[in-house]
Write a protein that binds this ligand. Structure first.
Ligand code: SAM
Ligand code: SF4
Length: 338
């Protein structure tokens, strides 16, 4: 992929609330090989037509524009990013963009063990793997597909490949996996993993599930403390919204991500690029800027960077999510890239 030299001396992006925007999450596909109950309906999904999905060359051009105005970290997500063919080619293209310091991946881990070596060679720095349970039957109930062994093999392969830090994302649901909080936290005493418990968020299909199964991060931490004292920890760094805690002498740490109970909007440093080329300014809002049309009309990197800058004017100060509420604005993660 040919890359143009970019000017890194331009003023970096900041929104109206003086938050520097340095982090871009990119959804490379809306499709997935699982159907997690909190994220996607089991059937009846309308996938984006292929022609609407950005090519790797188009994504790399947007990353160049973003890097020219201060974006330094990129995360590849989805849907499930590892089902898109030859993802290493995109990682290599992003790695070649001047200014990008960190490339990470969010995955369900099913295809990780077979792809990790290639992704690392292409320049991937870090991975987050989603895993909500250590029990095979439960995995199948939550993800609506089997695969626990493959996910565990993927996590091991990532640790062996030196993809530090490996973060494990656990969506906590009362009555479904909340009785495994202690077992999952225990993992951080044995291996250098960062187990992050996420409060289940309402997306438009799951608002009923969310209302009934929500467990707050305070309750999650209380359950973790039942197996040992925790001290606040800096965690592994990175761009995330998690607060971290560790057991004495543990190689890993426990994190909590609490979009509802302790929302992290004040520290928001991110924007999202959807698989079909729209910039979304907030996960929970409908503020959206079409980048694909100017991109396909042949606009320059400088022009795209200026569109990113003007998009800052509509980044909202905060979301207004409340427990058990949703609205037409809420979209599935699969549509926007979680
Ligand atoms: N397929 C990849 C995966 O599962 O990691 C990447 C995309 S997924 C949408 C990104 C993250 O969003 C995952 O950690 C997933 O658990 C989380 N997620 C999806 N729906 C959620 C919800 N309703 N509440 C909280 N987290 C959610
Ligand atoms: Fe797929 Fe990830 Fe959503 Fe699960 S959370 S359905 S793995 S995109």
């Amino acid at each position: 992929m040919a890359l143009t030299t970019i000017d890194l001396t331009r003023a970096p992006l900041a929104d109206q609330f003086n938050r520097p925007i340095t982090y871009l999450r990119i959804s490379v596909t809306d499709k997935c090989n699982l159907r997690c109950v909190y994220c996607m309906p089991e059937r009846g999904l309308d996938w984006l037509p292929k022609g609407e999905i950005l090519t790797y060359e188009e994504i790399a051009k947007i990353v160049q524009a973003a890097a020219s105005v201060g974006v330094r970290s990129v995360r590849l997500s989805g849907g499930e990013p590892l089902i898109r063919r030859d993802l290493g080619r995109l990682v290599a293209a992003i790695r070649a963009v001047e200014g990008i310091e960190d490339i990470s991946l969010s995955t369900n881990g099913l295809l990780l063990s077979e792809q990790i070596a290639e992704l690392k060679a292409a320049g991937l720095n870090r991975v987050n793997v989603s895993l909500d349970t250590l029990r095979a039957g439960r995995f199948e109930a939550i993800a609506r597909r089997p695969g626990l062994d493959r996910v565990l093999a993927g996590i091991d392969a990532a640790i062996e490949a030196g993809m530090e830090p490996v973060k494990i994302n656990v969506v906590v649901m009362r009555g479904q996996n909340d009785d495994e909080i202690a077992d999952l936290a225990q993992w951080t005493r044995q291996q250098p993993v960062f187990v992050r418990f996420i409060e289940v968020m309402p997306v438009h299909e799951n608002v009923g599930l969310q209302r009934d199964s929500y467990v707050s991060s305070d309750e999650i931490l209380e359950r973790v403390r039942s197996i040992g004292d925790l001290r606040p920890s800096l965690g592994p760094g990175g761009n995330g919204p998690a607060r971290y805690f560790a057991f004495d002498g543990a190689p890993g740490a426990v994190g909590v991500i609490s979009p509802l109970s302790h929302d992290y909007c004040e520290r928001c440093n991110r924007v999202r690029l959807t698989a079909d080329g729209h910039l979304r300014l907030c996960l929970f809002g409908d503020q959206d800027v079409d980048l694909r049309t100017p991109l396909r009309a042949g606009e320059s990197i400088d022009a795209l960077a200026e569109i990113l800058r003007s998009a800052m004017l509509i980044k909202p100060e905060r979301h207004h999510l409340r427990l058990g509420e949703t609205s037409s604005r809420m979209r599935a993660f699969s549509e926007i890239g979680g």
